[in-house]
Ligand binder design. Structure first.
Ligand SMILES: Nc1ncnc2c1ncn2[C@@H]1O[C@H](COP(=O)(O)OP(=O)(O)O)[C@@H](O)[C@H]1O
Ligand SMILES: [Mg+2]
Length: 389
């Protein structure tokens, strides 16, 4: 693995004798978007401020591009870093253009007129030309966000710290901001470390997700690795969100399925769709977690099958699918069902919600693309509804 662009090593910070950061370790790869999530008041903003140099850590190291470096103390040719504050922190008395030009005026020797010219160029690049002369109060919340992002971009930073960039925005605007972070990240070539509560929206654009709790990073991995998380506190944190989480896995799985379909048809004979039927006896508070556990168990059972099969494609929170090789379809189906049956038996308990997995097998030669698979699935579900428990 290459040297991480940002490496946080055993960073500690206390306030008034209370340890807020208690040995933070985190590596951020160059060009990645890494999202830190965690309960409110846990110290996420304190961590970003330590990186930005607003706070001095009590101990530990922060390396940027392999060099010890904290915020402003990076030296004149050190890596460039900028910080998008929680809230936009635009100055009301300055126009959008002047707001964006300000960091150049403050941190370089460039003259205001030249700074404004550079800012105007950036406005044009970002399609913000129309609002350059307007004051923050004259533009929408979403536009203010874009201006704030432009201000973070004007110094051509290599690392941008985003502290809850979508706080207070409606869901559609949230997605807009995340998309912008991802798109600009590629276009302007910066690495992003973001704090966000917006799960799963933030995860759609994140390469890595880190979970902070009790002063440390307790989990760090790809967003889909959250499915494998075992820490009960993390499971509790993502609990209400895990329906959406499987949606996240599903979105990636469906995209991959469409991309791999021609290859699947060449390499396998059948495509199996495993689906889960819920018989909700009691709307228990841990409903989502148990469904998660059941989903994992079903996937694990299929993965362990000795027959030649493809990767598993997560389709949504109740369906996954995979290619299966071999000509004796009856025997194959029986094996798959036996594997799923084992999962069903284990999770079936009186007075708790049951998750019953079953499967349908399609001959790949008959299915030109996954879209027609959905149609076949719908028809089959109508013709032969899964029997109740
Ligand atoms: N400058 C400060 N002085 C004293 N305590 C602080 C300071 N900044 C943050 N804290 C405390 O550190 C804890 C974490 O705060 P913060 O990083 O803002 O949490 P969040 O994870 O919600 O961003 C809070 O208990 C807060 O009161
Ligand atoms: Mg905060």
């Amino acid at each position: 693995m290459s040297t991480p662009f940002l490496s946080i090593q055993d960073v500690k910070k206390s306030f008034g004798g209370k340890a807020i950061l208690d040995g933070i370790d985190l590596n951020v790869e160059r060009g990645h978007i890494t999202t830190i999530m965690g309960k409110s008041g846990i110290g996420k903003s304190v961590l970003l401020k330590c990186i930005a140099g607003v706070h001095q850590p009590d101990s530990g190291q922060i390396l940027i591009d392999g060099r010890p470096c904290v915020g402003a103390h990076c030296g004149p040719d050190g890596p460039r870093l900028s910080y998008l504050f929680q809230g936009n922190a635009l100055f009301d008395s300055l126009t959008a253009l002047e707001n964006v030009a300000l960091p150049l005026v403050e941190t370089t020797r460039i003259r205001p007129r030249a700074a404004n010219r550079q800012a105007l160029k950036l406005f044009e690049q970002l399609d913000l030309g129309d609002i350059a002369g307007k004051y923050p109060s004259q533009i929408s919340g979403g536009m203010q966000k874009r201006v704030a992002l432009a201000r973070a971009l004007i110094t051509r930073p290599q690392l941008i710290l985003f502290d809850e960039p979508t706080a207070g925005l409606d869901p559609q605007r949230k997605n807009g901001v995340f998309t912008m972070v991802a798109e600009y990240g590629k276009r302007f070539d910066f690495t992003a470390l973001m704090v966000s509560h917006d799960i799963p929206e933030a995860l759609f654009v994140s390469d890595r997700v880190a979970w902070m709790d009790r002063g440390q990073i307790r989990f760090c991995g790809a967003p889909t690795d959250l499915e494998l998380a075992r820490d009960p506190n993390l499971l509790e944190f993502i609990h209400h969100r895990n329906e959406l989480l499987s949606d996240l896995a599903g979105q990636q799985g469906r995209t991959a399925l469409f991309a791999h379909w021609p290859e699947l048809r060449r390499s396998y004979d059948h495509f199996v769709v495993a689906s889960c039927e819920t018989e909700r006896r009691r709307p228990g508070s841990d409903l989502g977690l148990r469904r998660f556990a059941s989903y994992q168990a079903a996937v694990a059972a299929i993965t362990a099958l000795p027959q030649k099969h493809s990767q598993i494609y997560f389709l949504d929170e109740r369906h996954f699918g995979f290619g299966l090789g071999g000509s004796d379809v009856a025997a194959l189906t029986a094996d798959v069902d036996a594997a799923l049956q084992a999962v069903n038996t284990q999770t079936a308990q009186a007075h708790v919600t049951r998750y019953r997995w079953s499967s349908r097998t399609y001959l790949l030669a008959d299915v030109p693309n996954p879209a027609s698979l959905w149609i076949l699935e719908d028809q089959a579900a109508v013709a032969a509804p899964l029997s109740p428990a």
